[in-house]
Design a protein around this ligand. Structure first.
Ligand SMILES: Cc1ncc(COP(=O)(O)O)c(C=O)c1O
Length: 352
């Protein structure tokens, strides 16, 4: 342990078996949180304290000028009775890339890792035991100065808290191709996990939901031609035996799950292409009968099969029921690695 972390435990744990095993995603929080503050040019006061409200000035930078970002990843119980976090240092690297984009200081690697491990050790009993359960880990980092001057804050707060969740049985999803609103554009913040990206996506998702879809399929901001993401997940198509996913060209979020999936596919000797894929190409493959699968890829659902893509007034239905789809194989392999049922040959797990 290199960071000096003060631990102040709650005198009354809220933990119950019901909360741990039956909470729906993102609705209940574990007993503690990790907090660190940046002021006077340095990180200080790293501490574990009971999860609860914080007080801030109404002039806080994050509220006005959007210096706010977050991350998301999971810890699982493993087959040998331990607890393991899946690729957390990839999230640390992405957090600092987002921070740089928003003019925020780096969160040091040891502060992130030591705080995370201390928090997980403190709230280890909150990690669900049931098959498919996990403890979702949410770091959030924001500007906390209280001045209305439009410039980067001089004070920041970094917080990590956790939330137990049951199995995320993702039913096949329905997406609407979004041709009006865009999530990202070249030179913007599409490849950063800044809070503002999510606020800007809510209206499109709401309008799609009113039409019976789960979310939107985002297109590129310049031509509305190339497919970028599926709601808040990365996206992949299987066409003629080739797995195709949009490239990391600056407008899509570099997903940790996407990276893991690409590694597994290459191991499985599936041909993979990271390249622009247009709506026209997907429509043509669908008409030709060569569009075999489409799926979303992200931490929460791991792999979410896409059963339907709405395009203008038409629905493209995509089969999802076959027993040995790529999406099922990938879901099984990834969750097996996360839970220690398969060897962790890539060193993806941080055990606590
Ligand atoms: C916009 C967006 N794309 C993709 C992803 C998938 O990223 P990851 O696999 O790291 O969860 C997420 C979720 O974090 C996201 O919010």
């Amino acid at each position: 342990m290199t960071s000096n972390i003060a631990v102040s435990r709650t005198s009354k744990s809220r933990l119950t078996e019901e909360l741990r095993e039956n909470s729906t995603f993102g609705t209940n929080y574990s007993d503690h949180m990790f907090v660190a503050d940046y002021r006077d040019g340095q990180w200080q006061d790293a501490r574990i304290e009971p999860f609860g409200p914080m007080s801030f000035s109404p002039a806080m930078t994050a509220l006005h000028y959007g210096q706010s970002l977050f991350e998301g990843f999971k810890a699982h119980r493993t087959a040998d009775g331990g607890v393991a976090i899946f690729r957390p240092m990839c999230n640390h690297a992405r957090l600092n890339r987002t921070a740089a984009r928003l003019c925020m200081p780096d969160v040091p690697e040891d502060l992130f890792r030591d705080g995370l491990v201390e928090l997980l050790r403190t709230d280890r009993e909150w990690v669900p035991h049931r098959e498919g359960g996990s403890l979702y880990i949410r770091p959030v980092y924001f500007g906390a100065s209280d001045t209305l001057m439009v410039h980067a804050a001089s004070r920041y707060r970094f917080v990590v808290f956790t939330s137990p969740g049951g199995p995320y049985f993702s039913q096949p999803i329905r997406l609407l191709t979004e041709e009006t609103y865009v999530r990202a554009f070249p030179g913007g913040t599409g490849d950063a996990k800044s809070a503002g990206n999510y606020g800007g996506g809510l209206l499109a998702a709401k309008l799609a939901q009113a039409r019976g879809y789960h979310n939107v399929m985002w297109l590129d901001g310049r031509e509305r031609r190339f497919i970028e993401e599926s709601g808040v997940m990365n996206i992949m198509f299987a066409i003629n035996g080739i797995a195709i996913t949009p490239p990391l060209s600056g407008t899509i979020l570099p997903g940790v799950t996407r990276d893991s999936v690409l590694t597994l596919l290459r191991e499985m000797k599936v041909r993979v292409e990271e390249r622009p894929i247009s709506v026209d190409e997907v429509l043509a493959a669908h008409s030709a009968g060569t569009l075999q699968e489409a799926f979303g890829i992200g931490t929460a659902a791991v792999i979410a099969p896409i059963a339907c893509i709405g395009y203008r007034e038409k629905d493209l239905n995509i089969p999802t029921g076959a027993p040995d789809t790529l999406s099922k194989q990938l879901h099984t392999r990834l969750t097996n690695i996360q839970t220690g049922k398969e060897p962790d040959t890539h060193n993806w797990l941080l055990t606590v």
